[in-house]
Write a protein that binds this ligand. Structure first.
Ligand code: NDP
Length: 288
């Protein structure tokens, strides 16, 4: 079997167009959705992600602004900036690019973002909302994965979904979203015994570990749908996922490549959450 490739670029283009229509509707009413991105330090990967996010906002015609702060910024100064953005009418969404420097407490920062502007969905209120099946801002990466699965008509209800990785930004929310759609969900971590026994049982396998090519063909059930969230830069400069694409594509029925799989969807769903925030702020429903 050779898997069909899930084309994240194509799907994200289609989904971005849908959100452009919703943004245009708001603009006709004089409302320009706005996103503020805060980046601290000069981590090249973070810079690249932020550039791509801003580019996506431009494509959809949103207002966006970047607050580029030095690595030694104090926690107080950062929190002050967030408080100011919380009050700004022109800003509907606020995103703080992670990871933060060690001297800054992530949870304090994420908790300071007004929950109605928390387009990453990391504020504890929004985490709780997701957990109880009432997501306000679904976290962008799993939100993008769900949209991609829907585009390719992947059945979810009753399927066994196995997620490798339990981070707050990918693995855990991914598990909750799949559970919400009636999948039977298993979450594996670095402590899981006999990982292959679990992954080889998956109808849908989502991998988010940051371990280059750790999932091999033997980990995958023939015909499974394989979603590779990982983005790893090798010493050669090549970008690879957490899945051994060349080996696994001969076993899976559908597979995401890296790059060009989950990454573009994550960015698109950030745009979606920003438009949703602006619709809520303005009181206009999508079809007003
Ligand atoms: P984290 O480092 O926060 O979490 C990694 C998770 O993988 C942990 O739960 C860890 O387990 C688990 N893990 C590590 N090694 C193994 C192993 N050998 N077997 C099973 N589980 C293991 O990473 P993130 O979730 O933030 O990111 C994961 C990857 O996804 C990275 O490559 C990142 O760059 C990428 N990413 C891509 C995005 C996109 O848009 N495509 C968005 C966000 C992230 P434990 O908890 O026990 O330590």
């Amino acid at each position: 079997m050779t898997a069909k490739i899930i084309d994240g670029k194509k799907v994200s283009g289609i989904v971005r167009e849908e959100w452009k229509v919703r943004a245009d509707r708001l603009k006709k009413k004089g409302i320009l959705p706005g996103l503020a991105v805060i980046i601290i330090g000069d981590n090249p990967a973070s810079k690249l992600y932020v550039n791509n996010k801003i580019k996506a906002c431009h494509e959809v015609g949103l207002h966006s602004e970047v607050h580029d702060l030095p690595n030694d910024i104090s926690a107080e100064a950062l929190l002050d900036l967030i408080e100011k953005l919380n009050e700004l009418k022109t800003i509907n969404g606020i995103l703080v690019q992670l990871p933060l420097p060690d001297h800054i407490d992530d949870s304090k920062v994420l908790g300071t973002i007004k929950k109605d502007k928390d387009v990453d969905g990391f504020h504890l209120y929004n985490v709780g909302a997701l957990m109880t099946g009432n997501a306000v801002f679904p976290p962008c990466t799993p939100f993008g994965v769900m949209r991609m699965l829907a585009y390719y008509n992947v059945p979810i209800a009753g399927q066994h979904a196995v997620i490798v990785g339990r981070s707050n930004i990918v693995g855990k929310p991914m598990a909750i979203m799949l559970l919400q759609e009636d999948a039977t969900v298993t979450v594996c971590t670095s402590k899981t015994k006999d990982l292959e026994k679990h992954t080889a049982n998956a109808d849908i396998l989502v991998v988010a570990t940051g371990r280059p090519a750790m999932i091999k063909a033997a980990h995958v059930k023939p015909g499974a749908v394989v979603i590779d969230v990982g983005i790893n830069k090798l010493e050669s400069g090549k970008l690879v996922g957490d899945v051994d694409f060349e080996g696994v594509k001969d076993v899976a029925s559908l597979i995401t490549p890296v790059p060009g799989g989950v990454g573009p969807m994550t960015i698109t769903m950030l745009v979606a959450n920003t438009v949703i925030a602006a619709e809520r702020d303005s009181g206009y429903a999508p079809d007003d």
